[in-house]
Design a protein around this ligand. Structure first.
Ligand code: GLN
Length: 514
C-alpha cells in the first residue's frame, strides 16, 4: 500500500501504542518499530516523519537503548518524546544527566518561543511528565522552545534539521494540548495530507481480499465479539458465500447472545454467507463439572473450543483461507512490532491454525486499533449494539462464576448481568463506562425474604473506567443505579440474596475475577 505513514520508534516506553493511536486520530497511518530496526529498513518505508518514544533506560549509561547519528541526519522529520528527546540530545552532543528534581505527573510548561509545534497552544500549558533524567544542555544547533520550573529544556527544536524534542508526553491525555502538538508535528512539520480514513480503508481492503481469495474457500471462527464480527462481515462483503462462519455456543455467553449473533449472521440476517451454529453447551458443562481452579477452567474451555471447531472444520473439508480477527495491539503485544515484551500470542482464537487444514491466514484488521475496528464496523453497516459490544473474555461467563460452573449458576449470572446492563443503559451510562458486568461469587450467606430465611449466593457488580485496559479504576456509579440494580437482582434472580459492588482498582485487582 502506498500509504503515507509516520513511524513510531519504540524505546520500551509504556505509551508507545498511545503515540501511534494519536497519530492515527490525525488521519495519518502509523506503525511501531523497535529502536533496533535497521536504518535502511526505516528509510525504505519512506516515512513522512518519525516519533521516538519514552523508555526506562538512562541514555548516558552503558548498554542503554539508542539510535544512530545517521537517523538524525536522514532528513526525515523527527520528534523525540521524553527518553526519545534525551537520546536525540545525547547522540547529537547535548548533555543529559540525572535531574536534581525528578518530575512526575501534571506539570506546568512555559512556552518560550513560537514554534510550529506550539501553534495554537497556550503560553502556559499543563503537560504530563515522568522522568528522572533531564536535558541539562541542548545539543548544538537546537533552540529551547519550552521549560518548566525544574526543567530548563522541556522542549527544543532545530527547524533547519527538522528535529524536535519534548521532555513531556503529548500522547497522554493528561497533557491538555498534547493532541494539538502532535497534530502540529504531523501536519505542520511532516506535511502529511491525512489520507488514513476508514471508508477508504474498507474499500481497498475488500478489493484486496477479493483479489487474494479468488474463488477459494474461506473459514472463520465467529465469537460474536467485535473483532471477529467485523472481520467476518468484511469477508462476507468481499467473497459472499465462499465464506463459512462457525459459531460455537459454549453455553457461557451472556443472556440471549447466541441468538443475537445468529440474528445477524444466520440465514435470516443481511449477509450472504454460510453460517453454522454449534450448540455445544452440554459438552462444556460436562467438562467443567467439579472444576474450580480458574486456570484449569480456562484451559478446558479453550481446548474444548478447539475440539468442537476442529470437528466442524473437518466436515467442511479443505479450506483455502482461515480468517482471524487479530488487531494491531495483538501484533504489538506478541512482540512483532515495537519493543514490548511478549505478553500474549496473537492467535486470539487459541491456537486454531494448528488444527485446521488451510493454506493461508487472512487478518483484515491486523493494522487497526480497537476504535478503528469499531469505525470499520459502522462503515460496514454492522448494528451499533454489536459494534460497541464490551470486551468479553474468551472463556466467557466461565470465569465470571467463581469456583465450579454449573448450568444453574450460568443462568444466575446471565440474568443478573442482563439486569445490570439494562439499568446502566437506562441511566444513559452505557457508553461512558469502560467495562461493566456482573459476576457470581462463590459465597453464600443468610438473608430474609418473605419472612423466611434464605441461604443463597451473592452477585458482585463490577464497573471500571480505563483508557487502555492495562490500568483501571472502579467507576463511581450513581447510588440510584446501584440500589435499583441490586433490588431487581435480588427480586428477579432466584438463589441470589445479596449484591456487592467491587471498589477495587487494577492494580491490585484485575478487571475480571478469575
Ligand atoms: N528513563 C528516562 C528518565 O527517567 C526517560 C523516562 C521516560 O521516557 N518516561 O528520564
Amino acid at each position: 500500500m502506498n500509504q503515507e505513514k509516520i513511524l513510531v520508534i519504540d524505546f520500551g516506553g509504556q505509551y508507545n501504542q498511545l503515540v501511534a493511536r494519536r497519530v492515527r486520530e490525525c488521519n495519518v497511518y502509523c506503525e511501531i518499530y523497535s529502536y533496533k530496526t535497521d536504518l535502511n529498513q526505516i528509510k525504505a518505508m519512506k516515512p513522512k516523519g518519525i516519533i521516538l518514544t519514552g523508555g526506562p533506560d538512562s541514555c548516558y549509561e552503558e548498554g542503554a537503548a539508542s539510535c544512530s547519528r545517521e537517523l538524525f541526519e536522514s532528513g526525515i522529520p523527527i520528534l523525540g518524546l521524553c527518553y526519545g528527546a534525551q537520546v536525540m540530545m545525547h547522540v547529537l552532543g547535548g548533555h543529559v544527566c540525572e535531574a536534581p528534581v525528578r518530575e512526575y505527573g501534571k506539570i506546568e510548561v512555559t512556552v518560550d518561543r513560537s514554534s510550529v509545534l506550539f501553534d495554537d497552544v497556550s503560553e502556559k500549558t499543563i503537560c504530563w511528565m515522568s522522568h528522572n533524567d533531564y536535558i541539562e544542555k541542548e545539543a548544538p544547533g537546537f533552540k529551547i522552545i519550552a521549560h518548566t520550573r525544574n526543567c530548563p529544556v522541556a522542549g527544543a527544536e532545530s527547524v533547519e534539521k527538522q528535529l524536535y524534542a519534548f521532555q513531556f508526553h503529548p500522547e497522554v491525555l493528561h497533557t491538555q494540548e498534547g493532541r494539538k502538538m502532535l497534530h502540529n508535528f504531523v501536519y505542520g512539520v511532516c506535511g502529511c495530507a491525512g489520507t488514513w480514513k476508514m471508508d477508504a480503508f474498507v474499500e481497498t481492503s475488500i478489493q484486496a481480499i477479493r483479489e487474494k481469495v479468488g474463488d477459494g474457500k474461506v473459514l472463520c471462527a465467529l465469537s460474536g465479539g467485535v473483532d471477529s464480527s467485523v472481520a467476518a462481515v468484511m469477508l462476507a462483503k468481499a467473497v459472499g458465500d465462499q465464506l463459512t462462519c462457525v459459531f460455537v455456543d459454549h453455553g457461557l455467553l451472556r443472556k440471549n447472545e447466541g441468538d443475537e449473533v445468529e440474528a445477524v449472521f444466520g440465514p435470516n440476517g443481511p449477509y450472504k454467507l454460510h453460517f453454522i451454529r454449534v450448540n455445544a453447551q452440554q459438552r462444556f458443562y460436562d467438562k467443567l463439572k467439579g472444576v474450580t481452579d480458574p486456570e484449569r477452567k480456562r484451559k478446558i474451555i479453550g481446548e474444548e473450543f478447539i475440539r468442537v471447531f476442529e470437528e466442524e472444520a473437518k466436515k467442511i473439508g479443505t479450506v483455502d483461507f482461515l480468517v482471524q480477527g487479530t488487531i494491531y495491539p495483538d501484533v504489538v503485544e506478541s512482540g512483532l512490532g515495537g519493543e514490548s515484551a511478549v505478553i500474549k500470542s496473537h492467535h486470539n482464537v487459541g491456537g486454531l491454525p494448528d488444527y485446521v487444514d488451510f493454506k493461508e491466514i487472512i487478518e483484515p484488521l491486523r493494522d487497526l486499533f480497537k476504535d478503528e475496528v469499531r469505525k470499520v464496523g459502522l462503515e460496514l453497516g454492522i448494528p451499533e449494539n454489536l459494534v460497541y459490544r464490551q470486551p468479553f473474555p474468551g472463556p466467557g461467563l466461565g470465569i465470571r462464576i467463581i469456583g465450579e460452573v454449573t448450568p444453574e449458576k450460568v443462568v444466575m449470572v446471565q440474568e443478573a448481568d442482563a439486569i445490570y446492563r439494562e439499568e446502566i443503559a437506562k441511566a444513559g451510562l452505557d457508553r461512558g463506562i469502560g467495562q461493566y458486568f456482573a459476576a457470581l461469587t462463590n459465597m453464600r450467606s443468610v438473608g430474609v425474604m418473605g419472612d423466611g430465611r434464605t441461604y443463597d449466593y451473592a452477585i458482585a457488580l463490577r464497573a471500571v473506567n480505563t483508557i487502555d485496559f492495562m490500568t483501571a479504576e472502579a467507576a463511581e456509579l450513581p447510588w440510584e443505579v446501584l440500589s435499583k440494580t441490586a433490588n431487581r437482582i435480588v427480586n428477579e434472580v432466584t438463589h441470589v440474596n445479596r449484591v456487592l459492588y467491587d471498589c477495587t482498582g487494577k492494580p491490585p485487582g484485575t478487571i475480571e475475577f478469575e
